[in-house]
Design a protein. Sequence first.
Length: 405
Amino acid sequence: MRVPNRFALSFLLALLILISSASRPNPAFAIGNLHLGPVWVHPFVEVTEAYDSNIFLAPNHEKHDFITVVSPGIRLQVPFAGRHLLQAGYRADLYTYAIHDDENRQDQQADVGLNLDFPGGLQIIAKDTYTHAAEPKTTEFEGGKRFFDNNTAAAEVGYSFADIWKIQLNYENIYRRYVDAPYHDESSYNDNAAGTTLFYEFLPKTSAFVQYYFTDTEYPFISQDARDSVAHYVYGGLHWDPTGKLAGNLKGGYTWKRFEDHEVAKDNDAQTWSIGADLLWRATDYTQVKLEAVRIYRDYVLQSGLFYLTTGGTITVSQKILTKLTASAFGSVARDEFPEKAFNADTGRDQRRDDKLWMAGGGLVYDIQQWLSAEISYAYRDRDSNFDSNNYTDHLVTFRLKLSL
């Protein structure tokens, strides 16, 4: 067994020793106890051991593996002027495969953010996140790991007035550049999104809203790329305050997607109804139900093709048992529809690809101490496509220990 695996197992053993000696809370190991002057320091480390029955998501001749992930990180926070917060963070995910060591990789992410909360209702949030990572190899794209650099810059300005109104402006830029990867120029993209939302609070902690935003996506390293497009989104919906029994957003509306190279892609312009849901219902002090749903166009960058329409939802139920143990279960279903025809080698003719995806699973989290937790989980994934080469079934079992201060 290789050195990284021995390190991970040694770390797991050390944590187990800590667990065995942690029968009573220790004030020295409490979250938020580390300070450097005005800076709050929150270091953490996670160690994950996983078994994956189909690491390449292959339709047949599946390859299994045991995967160790060591994830150290730190978050720094500087509250100032009583209401504002400056923060920065770093995280690394070090993957080691017991059998297929060509898949080993090191993902890294760093971010910096500023939250300003002024008297009178003005709020400003700015954040920038840089990621250097790799997408693992899959049967759908057999060129190997796809290394990339990704930078996401986002800003939000909100203003609350007359006690019941709030207007919010948002902007986000995502720049992803694939490096040392097959077809990296074809996959690299630059995405700009901007929009505005108007909220009206008609009940305590409950608001109605209307929203408009657009996205401008380009593939800058391919001249006159047929995938360059602009999309417009119009929504109406309800928003529940995060502190309420019901929290989150529920919205529905319409989407228009237009391709910029109309000589090539004009027949692929599309429009459809769309939805979005991200709701958390705190049924009791011990029971929570989370619902997520989406219907939206997404670009497809792995192979030839412009985009696809995804429609799906996930429901998760969590139940607190006693004071330190939480059980959860989830189920998910989705459908991906590709409007552009492609040659299907299984049928010998051009067809529109249509995928159906199912996921289900559950887990247990044990909060050993405020600063130490253990988790075990299982997830099942299945994709059923009319292109048989895109079918797969996968089972994933995970054990994780997390220490955070």
